[in-house]
Design a protein around this ligand. Structure first.
Ligand code: BES
Ligand code: MN
Ligand code: ZN
Length: 476
């Protein structure tokens, strides 16, 4: 899909279709348009639409009218409109579309440019069905022209690049777990490095043993799939310290000896969505050629039950030197993340954000709407909340105070890897906080937001928009 800015009038656009957003009961000063609306009894109710042949008044073939209702027209509503536009274009085989300039109460024109190209491109994602070579021959929306007097197209390119990052994230997430293994993720990272000119480093099991990453290795030891620690670095700036993103890469989470129940266990292939999202952000940032330094680190393992798997009661020493009593082998995400979070100190990070499908409790607390946010630095948390609002990729902050941390007490090690039923997402973050004392850190629990279940089962590409926005905001 291609995006352009243009200052032409809607009447003079000579392509296939023009989209006109109609407020409820809106009266147009343009008689031709007003007559079309009246004769079709179109009142602009939210969710309504109709397509008219354009006639002599326009230069294009068809006009697409979309009702936007009578409520305040915010950025959030515009994103709903984009979803409707995309569906209408597919249904009516619209190949190119002109979107006239209009006002959004809480966002500016540049936001409209970036968001339009991001949302419409993301909607073109299709699942790779194994063994089928279904090519889509349908006429599809190929070109979108946005009316603007601005000439800088970079926001359109940013939106497109972020959508490419979301596509990578979704492709990896949706991939079956017999294909998307830790080794597959490390090969993907090498290919990304090749294509985008990044630095890549893959630590093998023996390297991790030498570094003392016994917590991470305790999770992978029951699996035939070898663990990997992937680092990818993009240097767009000579001077600054890197932003470091760490993504949980459990390519399948059976729970281990603390085996999960069978219900919906297939969805535990999505337990590497943190990894997929940080790799997606790396792709987006490299495509945008931003003047920042970004490093993404992915600890990746498969969590299996086996004769040689970790057992409840096992005690391991993490790379940080702190010891952990593994009371539940299903709380494995924190066990791989803690060693990765110790490892990233070597990058002397400006900030570290980890992204993980960490707790079922987060879905109970926040549902599928917001990712959980926890941080040891309120300024960083505020920065993330602000970026979540403009990217429409929501977060909600949860506390990580000392009272919660006490739930991790163990009689046999420095800490246990679980803190009981209460505040499960918070105690998971408290566990990680014990390994992130030396830098500004935030944790995103994406257990509820990384994928949809049911008939629309599939990866969402979140939080690639949020993380990209955080990085973009740091530039200005
Ligand atoms: N990957 C799961 C969390 C999860 C579960 C995400 C369901 C999305 C949907 C994680 O490894 C896990 O199993 N967490 C346990 C922690 C518990 C044992 C303290 C959980 O949430 O039950
Ligand atoms: Mn688990
Ligand atoms: Zn898990």
């Amino acid at each position: 899909m291609e995006f352009q800015l243009s200052s032409v009038d809607q009447q003079n656009y000579s392509g296939d279709a023009v989209a006109i957003l109609v407020k409820q009961e809106e009266i147009f000063s343009d008689d031709y348009i007003q007559n079309l609306l009246s004769s079709n009894r179109f009142d602009g109710k939210k969710g309504s639409s109709f397509i008219a042949l354009a006639g002599d008044h326009f230069n294009c073939s068809r006009v697409l009218f979309i009702g936007i209702g009578d409520q305040e027209y915010t950025g959030k509503r515009y994103i709903e409109t984009l979803n409707e536009i995309s569906a209408l274009c597919s249904k009516n085989h619209i190949t190119d579309l002109f979107i006239p300039k209009f006002d959004i109460t809480d966002q500016n024109e540049e936001w409209i440019h970036q968001t339009t190209s991001r949302v419409l491109t993301n909607l073109t994602y299709q699942v790779d069905k194994i063994g089928s070579d279904s090519t889509n021959d349908d006429l599809e929306l190929e070109k979108v022209v946005i009316q603007s007097n601005l000439t800088d197209q970079s926001k359109l390119d940013y939106g497109y690049s972020i959508a490419q990052g979301m596509h990578l994230c979704r492709t990896l997430g949706d991939m079956p777990p017999n294909i998307c293994t830790p080794t597959y993720l490390s090969e993907t990272a090498k290919n990304l490095a090749n294509d985008l000119g990044l630095k890549v480093e893959i630590l093998e099991e023996s390297d991790m043993k030498n570094l003392g990453m016994n917590s991470l290795l305790s999770v992978s030891k029951g699996s035939i799939e070898k663990p990997k620690l992937i680092s990818l670095s993009y240097q767009g700036n000579k001077k600054s310290k890197p932003i470091v993103l760490v993504g949980k890469g459990v390519t399948f989470d059976t729970g281990g000896i603390s085996l999960k129940p069978g219900q919906a266990m297939d969805e535990m292939k999505y337990d590497m969505c943190g990894a997929a999202s940080v790799m997606g952000v790396m792709k987006a940032v490299a495509l945008m050629k931003l003047p920042v330094n970004l490093t993404v680190v992915v600890p990746t393992v498969e969590n299996m039950p086996a004769h040689n798997a970790s057992k409840p009661g096992d005690v391991v020493k993490s790379m940080s030197g702190q010891t952990i009593e593994i009371l539940n082998t299903d709380a494995e995400g924190r066990l791989i993340l803690c060693d990765a979070l110790t490892y990233v100190q070597k990058y002397d990070p400006e900030i570290v954000i980890d992204v993980a499908t960490l707790t079922g409790a987060c879905i109970i607390a926040l549902g599928k709407v917001n990712s959980g946010l926890m941080s040891n630095n309120q300024a960083l948390a505020d920065e993330i909340i602000k970026a979540s609002e403009s990217s429409n990729d929501g977060v909600w902050q949860l506390p990580i105070s000392d009272e919660y941390d006490e739930q991790l007490k163990s009689n046999f090690a420095d800490m246990a890897n679980i803190g009981g039923r209460e505040a499960g997402s918070v105690t998971a973050a408290c566990f990680l906080a014990r390994f992130t004392k030396d830098y500004k850190w935030a944790h995103l629990d994406i257990a509820g937001t990384a994928w949809n279940s049911g008939a629309n089962k599939g990866a969402t590409g979140r939080p690639v928009p949020l993380l990209s926005e955080i990085i973009l905001n740091r530039l200005s």
